[in-house]
Design a protein around this ligand. Structure first.
Ligand code: ATP
Ligand code: MG
Length: 392
């Protein structure tokens, strides 16, 4: 039986700003968590690579590989055949191991990486020797060094030699959890799930907060957001989801404040509550899906008015993106379909007919001062419910 491993490489680039040990420990922990459901594995690390060794033989490595494509911090992935560090063994194993892939291809080349410089053959010699043998074994193949259908890699590493075919691209970024935790304001829309994905890719562990206004918003609207949380877990790992009852606050805004400021006041109160929850959940920043100029509440002036109530940073990773770019990512990560289901969210419930597009902070503060919201904000935070969506 050929021994196989999955090689997860994380490239030196990713390590730049971070302590190597921390990066590797968190990535290993995330991988273990991810692999638990498939069975037992031994994980080891060497030379910017994590070696994943299945402990039983019945595992579907392609399925696992597909799952690992979501794991941030990994630059590339492949399954590889483990060989002894001799050319004889590399050849003996490579020929049968690559059969399926090579029978499907017409052109190929061999590349070698010799991390262990004591190996007697140099890289070009390894390529020439293995290339010759493969061509003999699979005579339909021809060599194409510029655009081969398949590149066979031989890696001579400290512990073993490895042979593999196609390498797939990893998710990139930094391992989730390596940059601390932040609270994502998650609506049912297209933008905020993408914002969460992008910050998770920078190593941030995401918690989510969502505001509901029953009976103006339906159970369906909430279920939709819960579904988006589930869709984000392959990237974000477990997500703590906070659901805030927001009806009373919205009704009070409507009753006491001038209509043109509804939206901006609502957004400021969302931020107030989010900060209380963030403190409780150890989140160091808030995240929103805002992008300049997209809607009336996303002008620079409106953003300044929401920023003014926050004592912690608000990350807006989509701030300079076009809608088409955001939609592209939403499709890629698989949240687009759910996001475009039609259920109303609380923002659309009390939309003013003529919202103030460029509100001045003093005017907004004056409009908001028509009512003391502090008790309602505290109450909403206390009545907030928590649900954990787990990576499964
Ligand atoms: P999205 O596509 O994310 O819904 P949007 O284009 O609808 O964004 P807005 O309605 O102005 O824009 O909302 C801006 C941001 O405010 C959202 O990206 C999200 O982060 C947050 N937000 C809006 N509504 C809610 C809600 N009901 N619960 C939690 N966060 C919300
Ligand atoms: Mg929205």
């Amino acid at each position: 039986m050929t021994k196989e491993r999955i090689l997860a490489k994380y490239g030196e680039m990713a390590l730049k700003g971070l302590n190597r040990g921390t990066f590797e420990d968190i990535l290993m922990k995330n991988l273990r968590h991810r692999l638990k459901k498939y069975g037992s594995f031994r994980l080891t690390k060497a030379q910017s690579t994590i070696y994943i060794e299945p402990q039983t033989e019945d595992m579907d490595l392609d399925e696992i590989l597909e799952d690992l494509e979501h794991v941030f911090g990994i630059a590339s992935l492949c399954r590889a055949c483990v060989c002894e560090k001799t050319m004889e063994d590399v050849i003996a194993k490579a020929v049968p191991y690559l059969e399926e892939a090579l029978l499907r291809a017409k052109t190929f080349k061999v590349e070698a990486k010799r991390a262990d410089k004591t190996f007697p053959l140099k890289s070009p010699e390894i390529c020439a020797e293995l290339g010759g043998v493969l061509q003999e074994a699979y005579p339909h193949l021809s060599v194409n060094v510029h655009q081969p259908e398949i590149t066979v890699m031989v890696e001579i590493r400290d512990n073993n030699a490895f042979v593999h075919g196609t390498t797939i691209k990893g998710a990139g970024g930094l391992p989730v959890g390596s940059s601390g935790k932040a609270l994502l304001l998650l609506s049912g829309g297209i933008d905020s799930p993408v914002a969460g994905y992008r910050m998770a890719r920078r190593g941030i562990q995401i918690s989510a907060i969502h505001y509901v206004s029953p009976p103006y918003t339906s159970d369906r609207a909430l279920e939709k957001v819960e579904q988006i949380c589930r869709e984000l877990t392959p990237y974000c790992n477990n997500i703590a989801f906070f659901c805030v009852p927001f009806t009373e606050i919205q009704e009070s805004i409507k009753t006491y404040c001038p209509e043109e400021y509804f939206t901006i006041i609502m957004r400021r109160l969302m931020m107030e509550i989010a900060q209380i929850i963030a403190r409780r959940d150890n989140c160091l920043a808030l995240i929103t899906g805002e992008s300049v100029g997209q809607v009336a509440s996303q002008t620079m002036q409106a953003i300044a008015c929401t920023d003014a109530v926050s004592r912690i940073p608000i990350f807006r990773p989509l701030i300079g993106l076009d809608k088409t770019e955001i939609v592209e990512t939403a499709r890629k990560i698989g949240t687009f379909e759910t996001s475009t289901l039609p259920y109303e969210d609380c923002c659309t419930v009390f939309t003013p007919r003529h919202p103030k597009v460029r509100p001045m902070l003093e005017e907004v503060e004056k409009a908001q001062a028509k009512f003391d919201f502090s008790a309602l904000v505290q109450k909403a935070a206390e009545e907030t419910t928590l649900q954990i969506f787990r990576l499964n």
